[in-house]
Design a protein around this ligand. Structure first.
Ligand code: CP
Length: 329
């Protein structure tokens, strides 16, 4: 393979100082455990992979002969397609395992499912599951690399990575940036991965939303909590608007959709009080007119589709790095 892929300015600087960085994790389970050096190594690797998607033949060889399985127990548009494309662009064989049409419906356990897939010679399992900790459990029980594509309310590390990569691309550095994560924090694995990654890289994180949509141990997180969006909107460099996850909310957590939108929605009117160059982010899928107005989601400050584009390069980097770590074992 092209040895320049995966090397970076950061690596070269480290190498010049006699401390070449070597990625050693064969699983990506969350961002909480990653150092700033590891996060930047993923971003530098992703940067080098962006070029592959500009080629007329969008392929690079690093995962040739490897098999990547997408094992999604929850629905997905972006993450699943992005991992499939990322694996294909690295020349891996890709198995999109459809849980609804599998023997899981006959009662087969997650572990038996994974072990049977592993018996067919797979190298990387990308898993989304409603239970927090399911990717960790798999990583302890099988030999293949495990990549978390979202587990319960716990983490969605590649979403956090692509969000932070997008901010880094547009602002150069995370240090000192003020980032508001707004909305349904309680049910959001995206929020958790963002909090860990952003604070490790020196950003200041504000969680904004009604008390009913804050996680129970919010005071143990390295964040500032705010229940009045208008108080802080003008100071923020980034507004990351979260989807209200109605499918995970048992009983109503706010009086009405109109009330939620008025207090916590990113409206055109509220944008007039934001910084002119504020980055407006959303992980998708969007509830248009609830957490964000269409005019803002599709407006000049929006990075929503850039996030999706960057997700491909970030996931190529993650698949490449975990495979590299496995090869060193
Ligand atoms: N952002 C995200 O995880 O989207 P999907 O659920 O469509 O994968």
């Amino acid at each position: 393979m092209d040895v320049s892929v995966g090397s970076s300015t950061a690596d070269n600087t480290a190498a010049a100082e006699g401390q070449a960085f070597v990625w050693q994790r064969k699983h990506l389970l969350g961002l909480r455990e990653l150092s700033a050096e590891e996060l930047n190594h993923i971003f530098d690797t992703a940067e080098s992979f962006k070029e592959v998607s500009q080629r007329s033949v969008k392929k690079a060889p690093p995962l040739r002969g490897k098999v990547v399985v997408n094992l999604f127990f929850e629905d997905s548009t972006r993450t699943r397609s992005s991992f499939s494309l990322a694996a294909s662009r690295l020349s891996a064989d890709v198995l999109d395992f459809t849980v609804k049409a599998s023997s899981v419906s006959k009662g087969e356990t997650l572990l038996d499912t994974a072990r049977n897939l592993e018996a067919m010679g797979i190298d990387i399992i990308v898993i989304r599951h409603s239970a927090g900790g399911a990717p960790y459990m798999l990583s302890q029980s099988i030999d293949a690399c495990v990549v978390n594509a979202g587990d319960g309310y716990h983490e969605h590390p590649t979403q956090g990575l692509l969000d932070i990569f997008t901010i880094r691309e547009l602002r150069g550095s995370l240090k000192g940036l003020k980032v508001a994560i707004v909305g349904d924090i309680a049910h959001s694995r995206v929020a958790r991965s963002n909090i860990w990654g952003l604070t490790t890289l020196g950003a200041e994180v504000f969680l904004v939303g009604p008390p009913t949509l804050m996680p129970s141990a919010v005071n143990q997180l390295p964040v500032t909590v705010c229940h009045n969006f208008d108080e802080i909107v003008g100071e923020m460099d980034v507004l990351n608007m979260l989807r209200v996850q109605f499918e995970r909310i048992g009983s109503p957590m706010f009086p009405s959709v109109r009330e939620y939108s008025r207090l916590f929605g990113l409206t055109e009117e509220r944008m007039t009080r934001a910084k002119k160059d504020v980055l407006v982010m959303h992980p998708g899928p969007i509830n248009r007119g609830l957490e964000i107005e269409s005019e803002v989601a599709d407006g000049p400050n929006s990075t929503i589709l850039r996030q999706v584009t960057n997700g491909l390069a970030v996931r190529m980097a993650v698949l490449f790095l975990v495979n590299q770590a496995a090869a060193m074992e």
